[in-house]
Design a protein around this ligand. Structure first.
Ligand SMILES: Nc1ncnc2c1ncn2[C@@H]1O[C@H](COP(=O)(O)OP(=O)(O)O)[C@@H](O)[C@H]1O
Ligand SMILES: [Mg+2]
Length: 131
């Protein structure tokens, strides 16, 4: 299994480090656990990054469920509680980032995360009415 790092576009935009580490870390850890052969690839783009692997495919009908807390796949890999993707989802919606999952043919998954700068996300948060 090969790890491929492709920093294609280096931007100067700043993102919340803790949230970014958590999202990227969870996606990379999952990819690592779910891939026996081939590669895990991290690609950095302008305002987004992609974690792709050549491992297990998540069937279309299970894709939504995998983002729910405590849900794990049939083939349970590594130690996990099934919370990683739900955390990814929650962080992304809080930061107004977007996470998209598509299947790679014939094997693997591709998670694309579209980012929004910290100030923009904070600015929006401040505009929300106080609860
Ligand atoms: N890159 C991936 N390739 C294949 N299946 C994945 C991948 N990432 C996540 N999954 C599936 O989604 C499930 C939920 O992931 P997650 O919420 O991180 O929980 P956990 O890693 O604790 O099992 C995993 O159990 C696995 O079945
Ligand atoms: Mg996980």
């Amino acid at each position: 299994m090969e790890f491929i790092y492709e920093p294609r576009l280096a931007g100067t935009t700043r993102y919340d480090l803790t949230f970014l580490q958590s999202v990227m870390g969870n996606l990379l850890r999952n990819a690592w656990h779910c891939t026996d052969q081939g590669f895990v690839r991290l690609t950095l783009l302008k305002d987004s990054f992609v974690v792709e692997d050549s491992g297990i495919v998540i069937p279309e009908e299970k894709r939504h469920a995998m983002f729910q807390p405590f849900v794990r796949g049939d083939e349970q890999r590594g130690e996990g509680l099934g919370l990683g993707l739900s955390l990814v989802q929650r962080i992304c919606s809080r930061q107004r980032w977007q996470v998209q999952l598509v299947t790679r043919e014939p094997n693997g998954c591709r998670f694309t995360v579209t980012l929004l700068a910290t100030q923009e996300a904070d600015g929006q948060a401040r505009e929300l009415p106080a609860a």
